[in-house]
Design a protein around this ligand. Structure first.
Ligand SMILES: Cc1cc2nc3c(=O)[nH]c(=O)nc-3n(C[C@H](O)[C@H](O)[C@H](O)COP(=O)(O)OP(=O)(O)OC[C@H]3O[C@@H](n4cnc5c(N)ncnc54)[C@H](O)[C@@H]3O)c2cc1C
Ligand code: FES
Length: 257
């Protein structure tokens, strides 16, 4: 699908918990070719000091209604300003950007691991991967129960497990401490993950060690989002690659992890 600068219409802006918001954006053109792992680069309106667009993964798509959803976690001024956007406001974004995850084959048993806002592409993947929900396991990690978002809408698509660092929801610790990860990893034919770098590195190295297919979605800092500024470069086994165009999804075997 051709990359375009589009004025989306903000249909809904809902606060999910202290720092996370769900934004539903209406597209003036079909969104038929968007897949999990792809992202959009959003202009922050009415904030002249914020010059660069900010990248956000697509959390969900309604192909019929031509809407896309974003999960926006407040990190700094740009994301905060975006969460203050009012319904009915136009939001300019370049889309669709980046490469998606490789969709699993019908006999795969997959493990999706999301940390923090990295849960967004994992929920989208669980929904459209086309697998029997029994073959889809989703492991979600956060600091505390209050940081987890409501995943009720995605529960029909897989088996969900949680970790929190303080033990307030699910098992205590990181996702890599969870019994699914420790005891059941070899049951999975493919692992997909998005979240903090350290989490993905730990998961990726374990997958390499056990020879399990593993794709990670990198969240390197970005500016242009389409391969011009080179600010998102990752040093891979095949040389320097732009995360925005060659990724954000990479097979762990291609990274210098
Ligand atoms: C491909 C991609 C997909 C993303 N998807 C999502 C998503 O679905 N939901 C979501 O909430 N966020 C997502 N992010 C992260 C999001 O882009 C940043 O949170 C946002 O750009 C921060 O902008 P800001 O102006 O609020 O913060 P800034 O003022 O620019 O920075 C505030 C702090 O956040 C850190 N920071 C900024 N950008 C990043 C980043 N990319 N990764 C890690 N730390 C960063 C800065 O170092 C600084 O400490 C994604 C990033 C990428 C590259
Ligand atoms: S963000 Fe500009 S090249 Fe990737």
């Amino acid at each position: 699908m051709k990359k375009t600068v589009i004025d989306f219409l903000l249909l809904n802006n809902k606060q999910l918990n202290k720092d996370n918001f769900l934004l539903v954006l209406q597209s003036p053109i079909p969104v038929s070719d968007i897949f999990p792992g792809q992202f959009i680069n959003v202009e922050i309106k009415d904030a002249t000091e914020i010059f660069l667009r900010r990248p956000f993964s697509v959390l969900d798509v309604d192909y019929e209604k031509q809407t896309i959803s974003l999960l926006v976690k407040i990190l700094g001024r740009g994301s905060r300003k975006l969460t203050e956007a009012k319904e009915g406001q136009k939001i300019s974004a370049i889309f669709p950007l980046g490469k998606s995850f490789t969709l699993p084959d019908k006999n795969d048993r997959i493990l999706l691991i999301g940390g923090g806002s990295g849960v967004a592409p994992m929920l989208f993947l669980s929904k459209i991967c086309g697998l029997d929900p029994d073959n889809v396991t989703v492991l979600i990690g956060a600091r505390s129960s209050s940081d987890h978002i409501d995943i009720t809408a995605y529960q029909p698509y897989g088996n969900f497990f949680f970790t929190t660092e303080d033990g307030s929801l699910g098992e205590k610790g990181y996702v890599t401490n969870h019994t699914v990860f420790i005891d059941r990893l070899t049951q999975f034919s493919k692992i997909y993950t998005c979240g903090p770098d350290l989490m993905m590195k730990s998961i990726g190295r374990t997958a390499i060690g056990k020879s399990i297919f593993c794709e990670v979605s990198l969240e390197n800092m970005m500016a242009c989002g389409f391969g011009v500024c080179l600010c998102c470069v990752e040093d891979t086994k095949a040389g320097h690659k732009c995360v925005c165009t060659d990724g954000p999804v990479f097979n762990v075997n291609d990274l210098k992890w």
